[in-house]
Design a protein around this ligand. Structure first.
Ligand SMILES: *Cc1c(COP(=O)(O)O)cnc(C)c1O
Length: 409
């Protein structure tokens, strides 16, 4: 069922502030207390209070956050995990068995690549990296491999490629596969994949949703009424994907702590204003870098010359806070990331602090030597919430210092 995008847009900020945050009836706390109990007192052997029994199975603080995120994504159910990768692992386990096949965008997150190519491969799940811009090739691959899952990241990391969620959903569904979109970079404020036909969204909530570099978390959000791909025996009684995830999460025990879930829920309330600022600042910095003669290419979907610009403008309502650029020389790229003062040299993204990194060795080192390796002269920026002129000045002087360093070697 297509969602009323305009309605959701007009209510996003209100939902973000209020969903799952009703004031306490007994005390009036405007923010719900953090529920830290590991177990819940019961009224009888089979009489749970509010449905709660044990924290691994469910917890009011975790559930409130997960349902608020699901509401913002336009999904029917949400689950909060202790990391993005544990969310991915759980979803992939629910959707595959030995002999299954997963197709994925070739520039997915490095950790996703490792999970698929090493851990799941050892469990008998095959996987194929694909160029998702070539829809015909995706169609052929899904048909020949009989994939149960098509795994997509848009905008992608670190090249900020944008792919067509609606078109990929059609191709996946025609082949009997589910479409999973990693929406970490965009967040539900900028892009809601379920509205374009995706079946499931995953997040590293560590990034923009937490937003302050002090939480690790992940989430799964599902569209309504999803079943399992053909040929997968369910663990739950209903065989609905939501029940499979709940079963697996309670069985394996990958659960977000209530204190972290509380911080993530708090992050949702400021997500809209943060994403507006991250996007506006990244746009200015991308335009500045594009104007520098020593920058060969700037990858940012907000730039008119970006190959995915028009698609991003249709599918997103802002272009996000991450960008990357090439400087033609690997040693210069390395020297630049070691020469900034305000931009901190660190992996990760999505928080108030601006970060800079060298993907070929840092975030994407696990792909080095493979066909999916990233260019060695690439620098990635995660633009934070500092003043843009300060950030631009920091980059410009880093370029100068880095050139000096490379020259004097
Ligand atoms: C960070 C990240 C992940 C992994 O999440 P963790 O919280 O670090 O486990 C997955 N996908 C994307 C796009 C990410 O940026």
């Amino acid at each position: 069922m297509p969602l009323d995008t305009e309605l959701l847009d007009s209510r996003f900020r209100t939902l973000a502030v209020h969903e799952g945050s009703e004031p306490s009836r007994s005390t009036g706390d405007i923010v719900p207390p953090i529920h830290i109990a590991s177990t819940h007192v019961q009224d009888g052997v089979e009489a749970l209070r509010g449905g709660y029994e044990y924290r691994r199975v469910s917890n009011p603080t975790r559930d409130a956050f997960a349902s608020a995120l699901a509401a913002l994504e336009g999904g029917a159910s949400g689950f909060a995990f202790p990391s993005g990768l544990s969310a991915e692992d759980t979803l992939l386990r629910a959707l595959t068995r030995p002999g299954s096949h997963v197709s994925f965008g070739r520039d997915v997150y490095g950790g996703t690549f490792r999970l698929l190519r090493r851990v799941l491969r050892a469990e008998g799940v095959a996987s194929t990296p694909l160029d998702l811009k070539d829809l015909r090739a995706v169609e052929d691959e899904l048909a020949s491999s009989r994939s149960t899952v098509l795994w997509v990241e848009t905008p992608s990391n670190p090249l900020l490629e944008v792919v067509d969620i609606a078109a990929l959903a059609e191709v996946a569904h025609a082949a009997g596969a589910l479409l999973v979109v990693d929406n970490t970079f965009a967040t539900p404020y900028l892009q809601r994949p379920l509205e374009f036909g995706a079946d499931a969204v995953i997040h590293s909530t560590t990034k923009y949703i937490g937003g302050h570099s002090d939480v690790i978390g992940g989430a799964i959000v599902l569209a309504e009424g999803l079943g399992l791909p053909a040929g997968i025996d369910p663990w739950s009684e209903t065989g609905l994907l939501a029940d499979e995830i709940a079963f697996l999460q309670a069985t394996v025990g990958a659960v977000e702590s209530p204190r972290d879930a509380h911080l993530l829920h708090r992050g949702l309330k400021t997500l809209a204003v943060r994403m507006e600022r991250h996007s506006a600042s990244a746009q200015e910095i991308a335009e500045h870098l594009e104007g520098r003669e020593d920058v060969l290419e700037v990858h940012y979907p907000g730039l008119a010359g970006h190959p995915g610009h028009d698609l991003a403008a249709r599918q997103m309502r802002g272009f996000g806070g991450v960008l990357s650029f090439r400087v033609g020389d690997p040693s210069l790229a390395r020297a630049i990331v070691e020469s900034t003062g305000v931009f901190a040299l660190a992996v990760s993204l999505g928080a108030v602090e601006s970060l800079i990194e060298y993907p070929a060795v840092m975030t994407h080192g696990s792909k080095s030597g493979s066909e999916e390796a990233v260019p060695a002269d690439l620098v990635r920026l995660a633009v934070g919430l500092e003043d843009v002129p300060v950030l631009i000045e920091d980059l410009d002087s880093a370029f100068a210092r880095a050139k000096e360093a490379v020259r004097s070697r």
